[in-house]
Structures are given as C-alpha cells and as structure tokens.
Ligand binder design. Structure first.
Ligand code: ZN
Length: 133
C-alpha cells in the first residue's frame, strides 16, 4: 500500500506557546487546533501547509514518550506520518515485510484519526507513523 501524501511532521517542542509564536509570526501559518492527547501525555498544536500538517508536541509528563525524547535528544523532529488509505492493512503489510511495529493494531490519535507507529530500527532511524481512516 502506498501513502497518498505526508500527513504530518511531528516536532517535539519544550514550549507550545513559544513554538506557536514562531510558526505564526515568522512563517505566517495559523494554528487551527490545540488538542490534549492524554493517552500520549502530550498537548498538540496543528498547522496546515497544503495537504501536510505540522504537529507540535509538548509533553505533559516527563515520563511520557515526548518527555523522554526531549530529555534524551532535545527538541526537534520527532516523527514522520504518512497518510494511508487503510492503516490496519498498511501495518499488516509492513510487518509481512519484516518491519518491527510499535503498534500491531491501529489506535486513535489526534483529530480522530487512526494511527500506528513503525519502529525506527526498521525504518532507517525515522520514527514513522501511518495515519488515516
Ligand atoms: Zn503524529
């Protein structure tokens, strides 16, 4: 299965407020949604650029995935999300190709979409998300 486009790029930030200001003032983009994803222990902010979004991720818990990421690597690009027509099938297909999955089954992410992660060990070091219906 082929992705239709890059759904979003996830960026780990220390401060949603400061980063929103950068995207709005310097790049002229508009933050159209802020959402708490308690499951992932993050607060997210979204910007649209064509079909692609920027997803800013601020940790709400130092023990959460983004909290740990920032402690280890500092803020920066966290993951790349491909839009997939069928997330469950895309995950199954990837596993058949020998890719190590973080999520064997899709779970619910921000914006009511289904998401599933592939392990960066299997994807050239890039934490990869499939995202879609
Ligand atoms: Zn994401």
């Amino acid at each position: 299965m082929k992705p239709t486009h890059i759904e979003h790029i996830g960026i780990a930030v220390r401060s949603l407020k400061d980063s929103i200001e950068y995207f709005e003032k310097v790049l002229g983009l508009e933050c159209y949604a802020i959402e708490n994803v308690s499951d992932q222990k993050v607060k997210t902010a979204f910007f649209k650029i064509g079909d692609t979004k920027i997803e800013l991720l601020e940790s709400t818990d130092p023990e959460g995935p983004i909290g740990k990421f920032i402690e280890k690597k500092g803020p920066g690009i966290h993951h790349l999300a491909f839009a997939m027509p069928d997330v469950e099938k895309a995950l199954t297909d990837a596993e058949k190709e020998g890719i190590q999955l973080i999520d064997k089954k899709p779970r619910s992410g921000a914006e009511g979409l289904k998401i599933g992660f592939l392990h960066p060990k299997s994807t050239g070091g890039v934490l990869t998300e499939f995202c879609g219906e």
